[in-house]
Design a protein around this ligand. Sequence first.
Ligand SMILES: Nc1nc2c(c(=O)[nH]1)N[C@H]1C(S)=C(S)[C@@H](COP(=O)(O)OP(=O)(O)OC[C@H]3O[C@@H](n4cnc5c(=O)[nH]c(N)nc54)[C@H](O)[C@@H]3O)O[C@H]1N2
Ligand SMILES: Nc1nc2c(c(=O)[nH]1)N[C@H]1C(S)=C(S)[C@@H](COP(=O)(O)OP(=O)(O)OC[C@H]3O[C@@H](n4cnc5c(=O)[nH]c(N)nc54)[C@H](O)[C@@H]3O)O[C@H]1N2
Ligand SMILES: [Mo]
Length: 766
Amino acid sequence: MPPSPPSKPKVRVKPYEGPAGGYGSLYGMAKVALHAAPPPVETGRQLLRQNKAEGFACVSCAWPKPAKPHPAEFCENGAKATAWDLTRRRCTPEFFARHTLTELLDWSDYDLEQAGRLTDPMRYDAANDRYVPCRWDEAFATIGAELKALDPTKVTFYASGRASLETSYMWALMARLYGSQNLPDSSNMCHESTSVGLKQSIGSPVGTVLLEDFEATDAIFFFGQNVGSNSPRLLHDLQKAVRRGVPIVTFNPLREAGLERFQNPQSFQMVTGQATKISVQYHQPRAGGDLAVLTGLCKAVIAADEAAQATGGLPVLDHGFIADHTQGFEAFAAFCRDTGWDEIEAASGLLRADLEAAAAVYAAAPAAICVYGMGLTQHVLGVENVHMVCNLLLLRGNVGRPGTGPCPVRGHSNVQGQRTVGITEKPELAPLDILKAQYGFEPPREKGWNTVEVCEAVLKGEAEGFVSLGGNFLRAVPDSPRVEAAWRRQRLTVQIATKLNRSHLVCGQTAYLLPCLSRIERDEQATGPQTVSVEDSSSCIHASFGDKTPAGPNLRSEPAIVAGIAKATLPPNSKLDWDAWLGDYALVRDAIEATYPDWFKGFNQRFHQPGGFHRPNKARLRNFSEATGGKANFLKPSSLSATGFEDAPDIFRLMTLRSNDQFNTTVYGYEDRFRGVSGGRDVLFVNRDDMRSLGLVEGRRAGLATVAEDGVERTMSGLRVTGYDIPRGCLGTYYPECNVLVPVGHHAQGSMTPASKSVPVRIVPE
Ligand SMILES: Nc1nc2c(c(=O)[nH]1)N[C@H]1C(S)=C(S)[C@@H](COP(=O)(O)OP(=O)(O)OC[C@H]3O[C@@H](n4cnc5c(=O)[nH]c(N)nc54)[C@H](O)[C@@H]3O)O[C@H]1N2
Ligand SMILES: Nc1nc2c(c(=O)[nH]1)N[C@H]1C(S)=C(S)[C@@H](COP(=O)(O)OP(=O)(O)OC[C@H]3O[C@@H](n4cnc5c(=O)[nH]c(N)nc54)[C@H](O)[C@@H]3O)O[C@H]1N2
Ligand SMILES: [Mo]
């Protein structure tokens, strides 16, 4: 039985002393298994198939899958995601008959997730404020008729990053055939700063690091990525590196457990109780302080080189590489020299000596990798953060050699791949002329809406329709309550999903909720069970074959749903046979290969091989011809602070955080084990000195108010004041609840990634 009335969690806080991994992760998995109630034998069998050549690609994160996997190639998160997809709970038509949507709007994300897997296509019945079951053909026919009546340039086709390459290719093609380039995806809120910044610096919109580079590197630098919670399989690579003597240096305002210690739950460490110390240096800059941190590191490395030259020592910079492959070095070096250590210390919150110690590790390493995540990308100057990572790497030729490079850790399991096969609102990123020739149509050439622009269009009442391939748009976006309030003005909303979430409860005038198979499940089509493919964070493409019995007989695969909508919406096209594609996904892969011959050569032959195949990346071969100006670029930052706002004594930098017990807006439970929080999520992490000076008391409640000049009041109340090891002037609270505080206009320059890691707020004592 799904829970009703909604649960009322109560938060408790107790410092966490343990390592990442270890018994805690086994306990975390066991607890979820208990709640999700998946069939135990089947779950065990599926976990052993996870990330294997003949199995399925984990539905959780995008961390690369090794060619020679461990017998149990999964982590706490992957196990949770799998268990929740396999849950025996069902969100059936009877469930919707019992609850109006208004009633469900009072449920928490956690409670909605507990309702289980969606089983039947549903239509919104506005008169009764309920979803009612409908037939698939009826749903497709109505959606097609509605879409035909709308202005395609006002309809959005959002994707959340999980759907396969095959589905994503069909999705983007359908949108363009229809006339819409509004193809935002979750990466707009995530690594868009990477796609923009890396491209400008080194000509590649994706990282250059492969899994084997972790075996060849001599130093690893971590900026704003929480490996223990968000990509735990990477901990194995880090542990191996540490055992080889590779130093790991971390920059993170919070002391995240996974970057401190790791106990491998699949090893002898569980018996001995030992844990591996991960970071040799752990620095806690202010949120938004990385431009200053990286300027300091570069300054120290350049100074060391000058000192070496003066004394006849070995050069620290790779002068040959800089001369042959880069431009802008002199101006950048002058900027570093001219920026004073006092400015750097003030903006970073770190001491010169600490930055010099980190720079010394970098300067001594023949090969270095920089790993980073949302702590860099989700700032007003997030793109410049990415440039600065590249600047540091370029100084010592740390791009395009074994064991080197930028390593942005992507989120959703196929978020990078979706961009690869055409889900993008930027016309220059899609091969429009090839598509035109391949399918005989005139693709839209104007730039479409990204996520922030969709929100703006909805707020202005300009958006007419929204079709969603997974995700929880209304919960994930900035200014979520405002966007939600304006949402119903749209004429059509369609959600393709596995599980119920808040975005399904706010409907356009005509609305459908269409349940799909999970990647773990058997996808039976005319030619037999189908295999799909995904691209991981290292541009490696893998096959994924689901063999679990579907959660219900009435589910359809994502390609089937896309084809259903496409056929009902688009005129017949002699160059495109949706039914043939649906019957055999290999034909979709042939079509992908025809559109992207350089990347997907021999797609159908190669994607089954263990370890998959890599998309070629020119920057990996030191070919920077696609960077601005045809060379790798040293790019100066425009400020030492990435926040985009002026400091003031009462203005705090709010970081919006993920707990260990959530996957984005999916809240599996109320435990953030690594941060010692349990029982609830209404927590405000505050520096203890700030608490004293503001008279805040541990355990009491306080609110937050956003500082913005657009006249909109954004507040959040009832947060439990929690003294925490966080730099002064910085605060932390959980996403997605806090999206009420993030103004839609507060986003990265150049990428429009919402600046969710430095939101200007005031504390409102209660
Ligand atoms: N369990 C779990 N796994 C996930 C997800 C999930 O929600 N749950 N989400 C998936 C998705 S879509 C993504 S994009 C990734 C996200 O994974 P991450 O990139 O790790 O993102 P976050 O957890 O949002 O925050 C990253 C870290 O940045 C730090 N930070 C915040 N501000 C700053 C700053 O200004 N500078 C520095 N140096 N650090 C800062 C925070 O303390 C935090 O440790 O994870 C994926 N994997
Ligand atoms: N304040 C703040 N906001 C943020 C962030 C932040 O750090 N702070 N992070 C941002 C980031 S990095 C991201 S990626 C976005 C996430 O934004 P989204 O990707 O939109 O959100 P998710 O929570 O990942 O979506 C979960 C839903 O996807 C559906 N789903 C799950 N599996 C499948 C499947 O196989 N197929 C289909 N069709 N549907 C499926 C389920 O219905 C589930 O409820 O949020 C962003 N928003
Ligand atoms: Mo993400």
